[in-house]
Design a protein around this ligand. Sequence first.
Ligand code: PLP
Ligand code: SF4
Length: 352
Amino acid sequence: MNRTGEILTTSSDLVPTASTAGQVPWQSAMKRAIRSAARLRELLDLAPAPVTVAETDFPTFVPLEYLSRIRPGDPNDPLLRQVLPIAQEDESGGEGYSADPVGDLNSIVAKGLLHKYLGRALIVTTGACGVHCRYCFRRQFPYSESASGRTIDESAMQRLRSDRTIEEVILSGGDPLTLVDEKLFELIAEIESIEHVRRLRIHSRMPIVIPQRVTSSLVERLRGSRFAVWFVIHANHPAELDEDVLDRVGMLIDAGIPVLNQAVLLRGVNDDLETLSRLCTRLIDHRIQPYYLHQLDRVHGTGHFEVPIETGLKLVEQLRASLPGYAVPTYVVEESGQTSKTPLSQATDVRL
Ligand SMILES: *Cc1c(COP(=O)(O)O)cnc(C)c1O
Ligand code: SF4
């Protein structure tokens, strides 16, 4: 056996497995991501289907790292359902569904800056994501006009500097971890120069979809920040939390950065007690705190993902009856014009 002369090549036809995925730098993982539903179906041994209008508007984007956690041959796989464009999207969600259900467009105070809640301002760092989630409330957000580009816009900086009530800056998007370190670190340094900002929060699904994005240089930069840094990841199903993901998230937690998880309640993905319970348990077993469980935002094309609030309330009640208190996320809905996300409980009367 030749142990020295062998050159390992990667082929674009290679069907990824857990062992081949996750081995390339994160930028290469972005480049080699699957960009069509047809290719996704082919790789997963699923029957072909016509291209949908929704796919043209919001293209398929699935990294191989995520693909490797999807069961081939199962059109109902809960991870696949989150990323595969289907015909239902084209007619999904009628009355009550819109392009901006959460009123984000009214909260834009400067280019790429949303200031909706007291003390916290959110920077739309980029329109790019490491995966395209079919239920996403940002799928119709006009990024080209509001994304602050590679670094922060001057008008947004001015606003952050002049408003002393802002003590926390949230990096969001899109996904802020699709920015290369150079740009991301430059952005963090700019925000660090604003004295009254004390906390930095990073909202990212990258640790779930391309876990190798959590590099030691990123972790060291965040550890060295003058900010109290909080990290919010986004996993909806326990199968999204594979060993690679948990190792990388563990690097953040070991560096003293608290990691929270937000999930969206999605029909056919996590709308049953067993799945939610396994998700929450897997999170706390790895020191990640369940933060929010979001009711779906009513964006055009997402109606087939909606779970009735009554069902959500029952599920959360059942979680509370069986898990440690800190394992139970707060079930919330985002309502346009409110001063915070609205917690849902038996007593709330929104959309019931
Ligand atoms: C959700 C959100 C926040 C953060 O809200 P928290 O309840 O503090 O997590 C901040 N700004 C905007 C625009 C948001 O949508
Ligand atoms: S990663 Fe987040 S912002 Fe991007 S498509 Fe998914 S849910 Fe939306």
